[in-house]
Design a protein. Sequence first.
Length: 380
Amino acid sequence: MSLVFTLASRNLFQDRLRFVASLIGIVLSVVLVLVQLGLYFGFGRMITTMIDHAPSDLWIVAKGVKCFEDLSLVSAGLGSRLLEIDGVAEAAPVVVGISAWMTPDGTMTPILIVGSDYSVGGLSPWNVIEGSDQSLATPGTVAIDRTYFDRLGIKDVGASTQIRGLPATVGAVTEGIRSFTTLPYVFSDVDTARSYIGLPSSFVSDFLVRVKPGADIEVVRRNIISKLSNIAKVQVLTSDQFREQSRSFWLFGTGAGAALVAGAVLSIVVGAAIVAQTLYSSTKDHLYEFATLRALGATNRYIYEVIIYQALLSAIIGFALAAVIGGSLVHFTANTALQIVIPASLMLEIFLVTVAMCVASGIIAILRVIRIDPVVVLSQ
């Protein structure tokens, strides 16, 4: 085993320029895959950020709603009916809608209002770094994310502005709550949100339902469907169901996810072609050495192991460099609107793909070697 590894490493590192070229091909292809899939995971996380942080077991949304940002409405009267259903502990109304924020220079920019009833466990802002989310109980007080300071013309807590012509004061600032639609999220209490959107008090966007301790969520969900089926056209979804529905709509219904996955697949194909060409050329340059080994009685298996070891060394070194670059990209985009997210599971999967890509390329080189006639090569 040590002799095989020694021979493989010497063959690989002998021509340093060719080895560097091979590494560049591997690193570029792996980084491209990491970026493409990292954007995919980043978008997926942004899409469901509200669902992920909502203190809810079930979501009551209108029929046909595909995602949290969908602006469909349901009757506010459903709240009292939900509380009468066995197993339901709380039903917090949520209001979501588009409004207009006035910047200091007098221009208007669109925003997405998220209003909820915080007294019954509504959807409140998280990662508050300035001010307090409790200030939102005061009418006309809102919370925004620091990411959108420049767009909204805000510098700190206490800033005043107008939303749809009505006064608004920033009472809390969050960090990391970004919108997939690019419209800044602006949090407020449910009544303030209605006034900013222009929505009558008889409507809400969704209800967040919490079940009683010990109650079976699926049983409660079926009870709600049974009780409301004749009086309202609604969907009753678990958080996981609503999360998956939202991701499917934005990533595949709009084609955004398919484009990212297609880019990742293309990068793998291009990377495999580059690595295959490099390893093939390296093997071809060492045909004399391999022919000599065969003439001395080396088995085909021994030759295969040498070439596969070369491929594995290339994969490990190339992936290590790509992983460092990928980790840097994750760090630098953490607080931007275009965040790259690379989970540990994805990093492991890409490593396995890199190894498979390099080994497949090594097999192509093997097919060239096993066709060598040692007598022909040594007679030259």
